[in-house]
Structure formats: C-alpha cells, structure tokens
Design a protein around this ligand. Sequence first.
Ligand code: HCA
Ligand code: CU
Length: 371
Amino acid sequence: PKKIRILDSTLREGEQHPGVSFTNKQRIQIAWMLDYFGVDQIEISPVVSNDHKEATKTIIKQGLKADIVSHGRALKSDIDISLDCDAKWCAAYLGISDIHLKDKLRITREEALERAVETVEYAKSHGLKIRFTVEDGSRAEPEFLLKVCKAIEEAGVDRISLPDTVGILRPIGMYNFVKKVREVVDVPLDAHVHNDIGFAVANAFSACDAGVDQIHTTIDGIGERTGIPPLAEVAVALTYLYKSPNDFRLDMLLDLSRLIEEYTSIKPYDSKPIVGSSAYKHKAGTHLAAILRNPAAYEPIPPRAVGNRRRIVFGELAGKTGAAYLMSLLGLEKDDEGAKAVAAGLKGLRMGDLIEIPLEDRIEKKIINDK
Ligand code: HCA
Ligand code: CU
C-alpha cells in the first residue's frame, strides 16, 4: 500500500479553535511530542503575533525530523516573515471561490491568479519550499480552480493543499474535487477538510482514494468552528485500515489528547473514537462474556496499542456473567445463587452508581488462559 503522510496543524488550525491559545513553552512541547509521534509535517503560523514568530523560530531551531511548515497569507510580506524565521517550508493560502474573491478579498479572478503565481515565484526565488492552499477550493468555479492549480505548478509549487474550507462536501464530492485536480497537475496534494457536517474524517480518506498523499490533522480535531480530522482517528485508520507504512507511536495518542486537555480545558467527549473515556468500556453482560474469551470480539483496535485501556462497567445490564466476574475480581466465592443475587443487586444500579473496573492485564490473561 501507498504511504499517506500526516501534516499536523494543532499549532496553527488548532489555535483557531475558540478557547485555545498556547504559551510558547507549550507550543514547543507539542511540536516535540508530535515529532516523536511520527507526523511528517508540523504547521505553525508566525504571522499572527510576535509570540508566534518566536515560537516558530525556536521550533525550527530544534532540528526535528518533521518539516516545520510556516503558514501565512499569499503575500510577499508573509513569506518574508517565514524567511525571517529561517523556515525551509512555507504555506500560503488564498481564497479562490467567488464568495471569497468578492466579499473577503475584494479582488478579481485575474488578480487572484496573478497573486498566486507571484507568491509561489517569490518563495521559490528565495529558496523556500512552498505549499499553496486554494482556500475554499471546494466552492470555487471548477475551471478557475484548475487554472490556478496549473499556473502555480508551472511557477514551481512543491505541494498544493485542497481544502474543503467550510466542510460542505460529501465523500464522493471530495473524491471528485481531488480527482479533477489530480488529472491536470503532477504536484503532490494535501487534503485539508473541515467537519461542519461531521464528514471530515470520511472526506480525508476519500481524498486519499482520489490521490492526495497527505492529510491535515490536529490533536483531538480542534480547529476553526467544528475543526478538522483528529490525529488519532487518522493515524489509526492509516495504520489498521489503509496499511500505510508509517512509523507512528500510536501508544502516545491518549497522552497527546491529555496534553491538549491540560493546556486548553477542552475534554474529548466520552464516546470520541480512540481517546474517549468510553472508547474501551464494555457494559452489556453478553459483551463481557465474549470479551473475557477474546477481546477482539468487541474491540477492533486493542486499547493498549493506542495508550487507552479496557474497562468493564458493572450495572443493570451485567447479568449473571458480569456478576460472577465481579465476584471473582473481589475474591468472592461464586456459586450460581450468589451470582444471581449480585446480578439482581446490579440491576438496581443507575447511571452514576455504576461500578467501573479497569481490567488488569494479569487478570485478563488468567481468565483467557482458564477458558
Ligand atoms: C485558514 C484557511 C484554511 C487553510 C487550509 C490550508 C482552510 O487559514 O483558516 O492551508 O491547507 O480551511 O481553508 O485553514
Ligand atoms: Cu482550515
């Protein structure tokens, strides 16, 4: 299978999430952790404040394995800031849909095309690698989108980011968006997709099917409005479903999520895939019975592999299997009568009173061996 790379934008898109604003010390730590995790590129924007500029400079100096991508507008003055930071990679974005051209930038298509080409030429002539983002490309007039992509390819652009800036594409729409561009240019492509209707992860993978080789993520999916695809879902899907040959340390995923929680007070919702507190909880007695023989019965990805852990919830659905198991955990003699009585007792428990026990490896092994 083909390798799909990850660009993590926690430090750029992530900081656009309401309530997120890191200190420079935190930015540097996040960059180190993302690099150790194994992402290919880390994006940060030095143009938003002096503080960000300092962080960008410092992170570039760390000599991390990942490329540090310095993000800004398609303006020479923003490219100059990337140069000041000693960046090797920069990214420039420019809205190219009519709504962005008319109501945000107040420029014509011709002016936008010219600005895109000039920006790429300027970066290249200063020795920078440049990714160009055709912002709101998913709503741009298709002929104009292709025209811009061809022109910046000719100007020497190194990558093109195809964004669904407002998250309105269906997976098939994202596929077609990428495919159209893929057919006219040879430049490596990025997918940057927003989650306004909940399709971000699905759309990112549609984009892969159509030919992008890099997905943008943030830790826990934080970003403008409803954010972009979370690093955890993307890295796990790449590894387990797409068999992409990356060297991710997936067992850091829970720690990465906790780090963001600590620095932002944004807690991932319980049922959030991979890192949510319920992602590996089992409640129904029939599920427990199966889990005790073979956890794969109800766990597509082993919890330890992603730094999470399995928990059993003993409550009204535990049944006799659950009751007997709870008794064995507590070291109680378990006869049939006793188990029935405990099961009846558990039936009286309601939300909030449920007993939750992490399954220790030791006990799990013993039970699995005893079967
Ligand atoms: C923005 C827009 C952007 C850019 C994406 C990219 C988008 O700057 O807020 O550079 O790949 O969603 O279009 O995040
Ligand atoms: Cu975005």
